[in-house]
Ligand binder design. Structure first.
Ligand SMILES: *Cc1c(COP(=O)(O)O)cnc(C)c1O
Length: 412
């Protein structure tokens, strides 16, 4: 059983509340200190020089923090807390999820310039690999054909689970076995450490767009990656040289967000389970993608890899005409049409037209991202109001929807 909810004698929700706060009593504080210094005094040049060398190499400070791009104690505190929740030795925080992915790729370049990746990925991550902007070539493989796609110069294997936006679950342990010695990066943004710990399943690195559930309130742009000392050291080396680190105020807000993570994910998930089954038994809906629905976890990963199906789902109306989509989204009063996810409020968007428009059209279609697919990030509103909103907006466009005749079949 790889379920790591109970670690070191404490359950996840307890650790999420206390992580990164172990020294508070000794410090005489109850909230994390927020240090906004861009530079730090260096009265002793020898001490400063040694600390500088360590920080540039990706190690911790000794004597002086030197400069905010090299080290910040508020960001370090958030990183330690997140590492603990992922069961990792260390973590590095960045100014966005994409800055995180960029640094992971640049740090991997010493091993080669080839990446094996599983579609679908977040649209811009797909674009970053496909465009060759960072000098990598990519082989797209299914989760069962990783071994065949590996080359001597493969530096990294990349996957997302649940995948954005199709909610497909990828088998992390199986992919890690196929990758052999090559590090596997799992984008765990949709699951958060409240629902899965990819490192315990054999992944080498786990990353998050912390903009989403970790921040949780729609007011922070951030990313974070966790893994072994050695791998994170290389990533911090890249960060010290290229920048892109997280601002300490954002780190403060993220650390604050961790304390309510378990609660927020549980609530979003409970509502998502309810909405997914309502949508699945509604004849106005053509399809629903949600790992918690019957038949949608063919590998049996729920429970074994992920503790629950999560707070995001996707569905298609009984008409994929853009005008119908527009009128449906326009009729929503509580759920906001917007990209991003994992916020207090519910957000909905059509990935083919927005987040995944940068993905090759054929690849998008092959990955199951049709023009009518809508991704719904379930927020913390009362689920009765959320269903009321969806039901009302569906009624507005229902004369143009083809009704499914296998009513309730999706929910069985
Ligand atoms: C949003 C997102 C990203 C990119 O993160 P940013 O913080 O927007 O740069 C990467 N992966 C997934 C799964 C995402 O949802």
């Amino acid at each position: 059983m790889q379920n790591k909810e109970l670690t070191m004698g404490k359950y996840f929700a307890t650790r999420a509340v206390h992580a990164g706060r172990e020294d508070f009593i000794a410090m005489g504080v109850h909230a994390p200190p927020l240090d906004l210094s861009s530079t730090y005094p260096t009265p002793d040049l020898d001490v400063a020089a040694r600390s500088f060398d360590r920080l540039v190499a990706g190690d911790g400070p000794e004597g002086s923090f030197i400069y905010q791009r090299l080290f910040n104690p508020t960001t370090d505190r958030f990183e330690r807390a997140l590492a603990e929740l992922e069961g990792a030795e260390d973590a590095a925080a960045f100014s966005s999820g994409m800055a995180t992915f960029t640094a992971v790729l640049l740090a991997a370049k010493q091993r080669g310039t080839h990446v094996v990746a599983v579609r679908p990925l977040y649209g811009t991550a797909d674009h970053l690999l496909t465009s060759g902007l960072l000098g990598f070539s990519v082989t797209w493989a299914t989760q069962d054909a990783i071994a065949e796609a590996m080359r001597p110069e493969t530096a990294l294997v990349v996957l997302e689970t649940p995948a954005n936006p199709t909610l497909e679950l990828m088998d992390v342990a199986s992919v890690a076995r196929q990758a052999g010695q090559v590090p596997v990066l799992v984008d765990s943004t949709f699951a958060t450490p409240a629902l899965q710990q990819p490192l315990s399943l054999g992944a080498s690195l786990v990353m998050h767009s912390a903009t989403k559930f970790l921040g949780g309130h729609g007011d922070v742009l951030a990313g974070v990656v966790a893994g072994s000392h050695a791998l994170v050291r290389d990533i911090k080396h890249v960060r010290a040289a290229t920048g892109g680190l997280l601002h300490p105020f954002a780190s403060y807000l993220l650390h604050r967000g961790l304390a309510t993570l378990a609660l927020r994910v549980e609530r979003a998930q409970a509502s998502a389970i309810d909405l997914a089954s309502r949508l699945a038994s509604d004849r106005r809906i053509a399809s629903v993608r949600y790992p918690g629905l019957p038949g949608q976890d063919p590998r049996g990963l729920l429970g074994r890899q992920m503790r629950g199906p999560g707070g995001i789902l996707a569905f298609e109306l009984g008409n994929d005409d853009p005008a119908v989509l527009r009128d449906f989204l326009g009729a929503l009063e509580i759920i906001t049409p917007a990209v991003s996810l994992g916020s207090t409020d519910s957000l909905i968007q059509p990935p083919a037209a927005l987040t995944h428009r940068v993905v090759d059209e054929q690849a998008r279609t092959d990955a199951g991202i049709g023009r009518g697919l809508l991704r719904l990030s379930v927020g913390l509103e009362d689920v009765r109001d959320l269903w009321g909103d969806l039901d009302r907006a569906l009624a507005e466009v229902s004369s143009r929807l083809e009704l499914r005749d296998d009513a309730a079949a999706l929910s069985r």
